[in-house]
Design a binder for this molecule. Structure first.
Ligand SMILES: CC(C)[C@H](C(=O)O)[C@@H](O)C(=O)O
Ligand code: SF4
Length: 466
């Protein structure tokens, strides 16, 4: 009896190492400018080539500007230039910024149909867990492993344990996969899934769109998991059909038939199980400086004294100092300066639609700056063809080109010290959005509702106010 993890692991194992480390075949390798330069340099020094450029794809996402063109000088230009030179020299296909098909690596993989059920997908980036939404095994690797994959199309790992996170019930209106992800991390902690691959299961997962599943799997890494996954089903196949890298004709039929075997057997044992009833969930928001420091938006800033152990109490105290928050303050009373809608967590078309649905015909609060950054060029075009860009602009938000943007202060977008931001991204670490910047992780609709009122606001709070 095997779990989905066992099945994919076994199919990819080319050598079982003595010390419990297996050598796995890699189906697809994604690259970006942030984590690939040393790997290419290593190849060059060793006189090696890229073994399977056809199973490799690079994109420019972390450092690219999302307003205007890439400059000719500066750190970003140097990093992007290095990636372009490396891709050219090693024959690796590259999605350049400013062209079709470019975007955040975890947005374009699924969009192009590269991310397929049963595949092993690696990338030098922690949020590679995103791709598990398709029933792929996908995780982040370090630079030396990137070099190894480039040279050999294989990588060595110790097999992680399997953890089931089962979501029971139906998600209430206005509560999204992002809220579920924050609720899960709030429950199990940032180390709660350490050493495990999470398989999300249950009726609430089956009812989710691919994009919601991507959001859920994206955040797995924030619970310490190696990866997140969802068994493929009809929703998965429907999403992939006709995508540029998806199989066609007979190959498609065979692929779909083989995907049906990619499920955990009924009697298979998980190393750990967590059950969550989503029926009573409401929107979540982070108050602290790691993604487990969350509360329901209807709640208050917690008192560190109530933390269950001294380590958590210290962490909470430090976080509240950094965040400049006082225990007992209702979350709904916390004002924000900036709202960020985007990232590989929530920068897809459904996220933009959901936020635009609330903003349509309204203006964001004065004094609030809102950045809307599509996760890919394709998301941007799709949004523009639906008129969403107009909705955002008319509401007073900035409409940008694709990139990581304010998710990470590695590009032109950052918070000023002390600025407070409601952000649809996945990390609220100190300085993540800029030195001294304060991040509250939220869902796209909470971000939109917050932009309208200027204070942390759940979508359902808006009714009474307008
Ligand atoms: C820069 C990159 C390697 C990093 C990651 O590994 O995740 C980034 O994408 C992030 O989200 O922190
Ligand atoms: S959007 Fe954020 S989390 Fe995603 S890859 Fe870029 S920096 Fe990392």
């Amino acid at each position: 009896m095997s779990t989905l993890l066992d099945k994919i692991w076994d199919r990819h194992t080319v050598h079982r190492g003595a010390g419990g480390t297996d050598l796995l075949y890699v189906d697809f390798h994604l690259l970006h400018e942030g984590s690939s330069p040393q790997a290419f340099e290593g190849l060059r020094l060793a006189g090696r080539t890229v073994r399977r450029p056809d199973l490799t794809l690079a994109t420019e996402d972390h450092v690219v500007p999302t307003r205007g063109l890439l400059g000719r000088s500066g750190v970003a230009a140097t990093m992007v230039e290095a990636l372009r030179r490396n891709c050219e020299e090693f024959d690796v296909p590259l999605r350049r910024s400013g062209t079709d098909g470019q975007g955040i690596v975890h947005v374009i993989g699924p969009e192009l149909g590269i991310t397929q059920p049963g595949r092993l997908i690696l990338c030098g980036d922690s949020h590679t867990s995103t791709h598990g939404a398709f029933g792929a095994l996908a995780f982040g690797i370090g630079t030396s492993q990137v070099e190894h994959v480039l040279a050999t199309q294989t990588a060595a790992f110790a097999k992680p344990k399997a953890m089931a996170v089962t979501l029971h019930g139906d998600l209430p209106e206005g509560v999204s996969a992002k809220d579920v992800a924050l609720a899960v991390i709030g429950r199990i902690g940032t180390g709660g899934a350490q050493g495990h691959v999470i398989e999300y299961r249950g009726p609430a997962v089956e009812a989710m769109s691919m994009e919601s599943r991507l959001t859920l799997c994206n955040m797995s890494i924030e619970a310490g998991a190696k990866a997140g996954m969802v068994a493929p089903d009809a929703v998965t196949a429907e999403y992939l059909h006709d995508r540029p890298y998806a199989p066609v004709g007979r190959d498609w039929d065979e692929a779909v038939a083989s995907w049906a075997t990619l499920r955990t057997d009924d009697e298979a044992e998980f190393d750990r199980r967590v059950d969550i009833d989503v029926t009573a969930l409401s929107p979540f928001v982070s108050w602290g400086t790691n993604p487990s420091q969350v509360v329901e938006l209807s709640g208050v800033v917690p008192d560190p004294a109530a933390a269950p152990d001294p380590a958590l109490r210290d962490a909470a105290e430090r976080a509240l100092t950094y965040m400049d928050l006082t225990p007992g303050t209702p979350m709904r009373e916390i004002p924000v300066d900036v709202v960020f809608l985007g990232s590989c967590t929530n920068g897809r078309i459904e996220d933009l639609r959901a936020a635009a649905g609330l903003l349509d015909g309204h203006r964001i609060a004065s004094g609030v700056r809102m950045l809307v950054v599509p996760g890919s060029a394709a998301v941007k075009y799709a949004a523009e063809s639906e008129g969403l860009d107009e909705v955002f602009r008319s509401a007073g938000a900035e409409w940008r080109t694709a990139g990581c943007s304010l998710c990470v202060a590695m590009n032109d977008d950052s918070l000023a010290p002390g600025e407070r931001c409601a952000s649809t991204s996945n990390r609220n670490f100190e300085g993540r959005q800029g030195r001294g910047g304060r991040t509250h992780l939220v869902s796209p609709t909470t971000a939109a509702a917050t932009a309208l009122t200027g204070r942390l606001t759940a979508p359902s709070d808006l009714g009474a106010r307008r």
